[in-house]
Design a protein. Structure first.
Length: 482
């Protein structure tokens, strides 16, 4: 076992996690010291995009987590930029992943209408000829790989290798047991479980460890091309299983059991992911790649029942801030100043034009995200954004324009200044009726550009069951559930 591959037991011991982080931090600091002002200008940077699953805005200790620490990601934020006004494209998995793939609002694609995509019904795919972040970077000379959770379309027919990724290793569905890597009795299908490319494979161990192992293998692979690696952890998504829970892990029939999980288990899952990211970052150092690599870390949507979303209210599946606001960290040695804090409002799909610009690749005119490099690298002032969301469950709609947010849940409409009031408590529509009317009209105009939701979908029914069983919807602007 090399010094870059700590044992699972050390993941569970705070001293071990700190030790892993310490190795990674020391190496990262050395890489940063070597990187000069001109670093990254002469050649295309490697790109490592790390995506957590169902992680809340304050689930990292640098964003306010309580009861545990995430030293690797805390240090990554110190070495680069932390964005405090970052959003996911959706409040649930598949739509955000569609936007991350295409750089466009997910409502342009049938795959983006599934909230989440649990059946992979025929016709709900992203068209195979759609330019994607992977295909455009591959055309620009990159070696491309996706390791982890896909959850956009059915595999193998519509797996990542059909959308520009040279290599795929991971799971297709929205969840998997952390030890069996399957969905469980009664839920399995040919596309369930771990896949290496289009073929099912078997591995032993905790899934977070396995995905980090594969990411490290991709980093260590010899190539004369720059690497674009998407590392999509399924952690801390349910089932609630820490690295020590192999003897009492739950079948999928109990994954959504409201008696499952605990804050302690959630903390172990978060610490394991943090330590495994330390292993991956240490591999970049080992290979001499760290100073030439853009590293981005974020989440696909807001947090679930054990998450910390402070100061926001709401959770996964809700368009309140807690369901869509996410942490985002970006490190690029020699280009992004260490310790940068940015108030730039951004959204998941911004990563696509940002990565293309960093690679010197053409940025298509139809992308709806923006290139963030002027703000994060050149120090340009934040640009005003207008962002839109919708969610079929509970009839939800939202617009953020500058500091203002229009929010509709069911038949209740609200207006908030979310920069001053991220908890969405101080109702402003009676004081600002013109702003309220304008944002509502602009949402309607935007919504008309998106594909209509189907009348009925399996995912809608499944998510409504989840809402009913595990929590009543949070009332917009109120302290209690309705």
């Amino acid at each position: 076992m090399s010094k870059f591959e700590p044992s699972r037991r050390r993941f569970l011991e705070s001293a071990g996690v700190a030790g892993v982080a310490g190795v990674a931090m020391t190496l990262h600091g050395r890489a940063r010291a070597k990187a000069g002002p001109a670093a990254g200008k002469a050649k295309q940077p490697h790109i490592l995009f790390i995506l957590a699953d169902d992680m809340g805005y304050a689930d990292l200790s640098c964003y306010g987590a309580q009861g545990y620490r995430t030293p690797v990601l805390d240090e990554l934020a110190q070495q680069g930029a932390r964005l405090d006004q970052a959003y996911a494209n959706a409040a649930i998995c598949s739509p955000t992943r569609t936007a991350l793939l295409t750089g466009r609002y997910q409502g342009h694609f049938k795959a983006g209408l599934a909230e989440p995509n649990i059946r992979f019904a025929p016709g709900q795919e992203v068209p195979l000829d759609t330019p994607t972040v992977a295909s455009m970077l591959r055309d620009a000379g990159y070696r491309t790989a996706l390791v982890g959770k896909w959850h956009v379309c059915k595999i193998p027919e519509f797996g990542p290798t059909h959308y520009g990724y040279d290599h795929f290793f991971g799971i297709a569905a929205g969840a998997a047991d952390y030890f069996t890597h399957n969905l469980g009795p009664g839920f399995n299908s040919p596309d369930a479980g771990l896949h290496d490319g289009d073929k099912p494979v078997s591995r032993d161990g905790y899934l977070t460890d396995i995905l980090a192992d594969e990411a490290i293998r991709q980093i260590r692979a010899k190539s004369d091309k720059p690497l674009f690696l998407s590392l999509h952890f399924n952690s801390p998504h349910w089932p609630w299983e820490g690295p020590e829970d192999v003897d009492h892990h739950r079948s999928v029939s109990k994954m959504n059991d409201p008696t499952g999980g605990s804050l302690e288990t959630y903390a172990k899952m978060m610490m394991s992911m943090d330590a495994n990211i330390g292993r991956v970052l240490a591999a970049l150092d080992e290979m001499g790649m760290a100073e030439d690599t853009i590293v981005v870390f974020t989440s696909d949507n807001g947090g679930e029942r054990y998450s910390n979303t402070w100061p926001c209210v709401g959770y996964k599946g809700e368009l309140m801030e807690g369901g869509i606001r996410v942490p985002l960290i970006m490190r690029w040695p020699g280009r992004i100043a260490p310790g940068t804090r940015s108030d730039q409002v951004m959204i998941s799909m911004d990563t696509v034009p940002t990565f293309l610009a960093a690679a010197g690749a053409p940025v298509p005119d139809n992308l709806e995200g923006i290139n963030l490099l002027p703000q994060l690298v050149d120090g340009a002032p934040p640009v005003k954004r207008t962002l839109f969301w919708r969610m079929k469950a509970s009839g939800q709609a939202a617009v953020r324009d500058g500091d203002w947010k229009y929010l509709r849940i069911g038949n209740k409409e609200r207006l908030f200044n979310v920069r001053k009031d991220p908890r969405e408590r101080a109702e402003q529509q009676t004081l600002q009726p013109a702003i309220m009317a304008d944002l509502k009209q602009r949402w309607e105009a935007w919504n008309a550009t998106q594909l209509p939701y189907p009348d009925r979908s399996p995912s809608e029914g499944a998510f409504n069951i989840y809402i009913d069983r595990y929590r009543a919807p949070v009332s917009a602007g109120g302290d209690n559930a309705e």
